[in-house]
Design a protein around this ligand. Structure first.
Ligand code: PMP
Length: 452
């Protein structure tokens, strides 16, 4: 595929100059960044004004699950804009009802009521509020090595170093260690040990905090931003049992792992577990228009049958976002996008990454499923010393910066976070695109190898 625009560096320079003058960017020291000026995007690729094209192995921020500019979704948004561009949330609107139905039909178990938000963090905020009101309790347990969003409660719940700068320590958030065998917080040597010790640690945490004070436990089904760490068999069902034992609401955050990313509609299906509340966003409509939400079980929904739910957002269930969701879900069914993600993971991406790990001394571990993979980069495979320290977020990070630059030089836009790179292409990525991405990763890892 070739870029659809004739290179125009002057236009690119103007876009960038205006950006630097007026756009305040997320997570950045404003004076130290140099954002790429994007001229266009289609499918798995985007391109700049200089004629460089990149294979997007980040899916934006892990959300363009059907790639860029899918014509059916673009058309659905245009049609909805012409028909009814907006309408307030307190009304029944056809496209909102349809989006809720399609989502509820795909979420596991009895998660059949949908509260719409504009994104993931708001979904987490509302899930926590629902859990607190449902239980009449205050505390929420969340895992280290997690990401739940950047709003006030969501960032408090987040267990990675990006929290530090804005964490005011909101009352009631208690963090625990979730399982991660490669860097086991429990010094475990097998998956089974890791699972047993993680569950015992969680139950101890509950005992010492006071079970009657805990409203919810929130977990990403497969923690994403923190490293794509698939929990061992039995862990999530074990957490489910602990929640039932103590009357704690179980919240699974599927903002990143949901809507096809892992080769199932929702990652919870891999573990045969049904939470009480499930947050989603990103892949629900591939982010063509901001949308997120909470899928609510019958039990929690019943709390708010006669008692009002004290929460809402002006743009909840926005018709344009819902039209994009209806069209995206339809595309995912028609084009077997979820099946494609599963097949690609099993036959091309997973085996390809494992093959890279064998040849490159900098790759400590490969883990993932579907189109949701992480490479844990190390200085030394034996000691597993990370290539850069864990607190390197936002700090000078020379080895990973060199890795990223090499990937881009080879036409691949990589995800880089601390000592990891994630291979998270669109769920409808093709075999050839994945092979192209693996070749670029191969070249970039050679640069990372220099730091081992
Ligand atoms: N939860 C998870 C698991 C996420 O990965 C993210 C975003 N990366 C969020 C919540 C927050 O979503 P948003 O940025 O849409 O607020």
């Amino acid at each position: 595929m070739t870029p659809h625009v004739v290179p125009d560096p002057q236009a690119g320079a103007a876009v960038k100059a205006a950006d630097r003058a007026h756009v305040f960017h997320s997570w950045s020291a404003q004076g130290l960044i140099d954002p790429l000026a994007v001229a266009g995007a289609e499918g798995s690729y985007f391109w700049d004004y200089d004629g460089n094209r990149y294979l997007d192995f980040t899916s934006g921020l892990v959300y363009t699950n059907i790639g860029y500019q899918h014509p059916k979704v673009v058309a659905a948004i245009q049609e909805q804009a012409a028909k009814l561009a907006t309408f307030a949330p307190a009304f029944a609107v056809d496209v909102r009802s349809e989006a809720a139905r399609l989502i509820a039909e795909r979420t596991p178990g009895d998660l059949d009521k949908i509260f719409f938000t504009n994104g993931g963090a708001e979904a987490v905020e509302n899930a926590v509020r629902m859990a607190r009101l449902h239980t009449g309790r205050h505390k929420v347990l969340s895992a280290f090595r997690s990401y739940h969003g950047a709003t006030s409660t969501a960032i408090n719940l987040t267990g990675d170093p990006r929290r530090w700068a804005s964490d005011t320590g909101s009352a009631g958030v208690v963090r625990f260690w979730a399982p991660f065998l490669y860097r086991s917080p429990f010094y475990a040597e097998t998956e089974q040990q890791e699972c047993e010790r993680a569950l015992a640690h969680l139950e101890d945490t509950i005992a010492f905090e006071g079970p009657g004070t805990i409203a919810a436990i929130i977990l990403e089904t497969i923690p994403g931003t923190a490293g794509i760490m698939t929990p061992p068999p039995g862990y999530l069902t074990g957490v489910r049992e602990i929640c039932d034992k103590y009357g704690i609401v179980f919240v699974l955050d599927e903002v990143m792992a949901g809507f096809g990313r892992t080769g199932k509609w929702f990652a919870a299906e891999h573990f045969d577990v049904v939470p009480d509340l499930m947050t989603f966003a990103k892949g629900v409509n591939s982010g063509y228009v901001p949308l997120g939400g909470v899928a609510i079980s019958e039990r929690i929904a019943a709390t708010f049958e006669t008692r009002p739910y004290p929460g809402g957002l002006t743009y909840s269930g926005h018709p344009l976002a819902c039209a994009a969701a209806v069209a995206t879900i339809q595309v995912m069914e028609d084009e077997k996008v979820v099946e494609n993600a599963a097949r690609i993971g099993e036959t091309v991406l997973g085996p390809g990454l494992r093959e890279l790990a064998e040849r490159h001394p900098s790759v400590g571990e490969v883990r993932g499923t579907g189109v949701f993979w992480a490479l844990d980069l190390v200085r030394n495979k034996e000691t597993r010393e990370p290539l850069v320290p864990y607190n390197a977020a936002g700090e000078a990070n020379a080895p990973m910066a060199a890795f990223g630059a090499a990937a881009k030089k080879n036409g691949l836009w990589p995800f880089v976070n601390m000592n990891r790179t994630h291979a998270v292409p669109a769920c409808n990525v093709t075999d050839d695109e994945v092979k192209e991405g693996l070749a670029a990763l191969d070249a970039a890892l050679t640069v990372a190898d220099e730091h081992t």
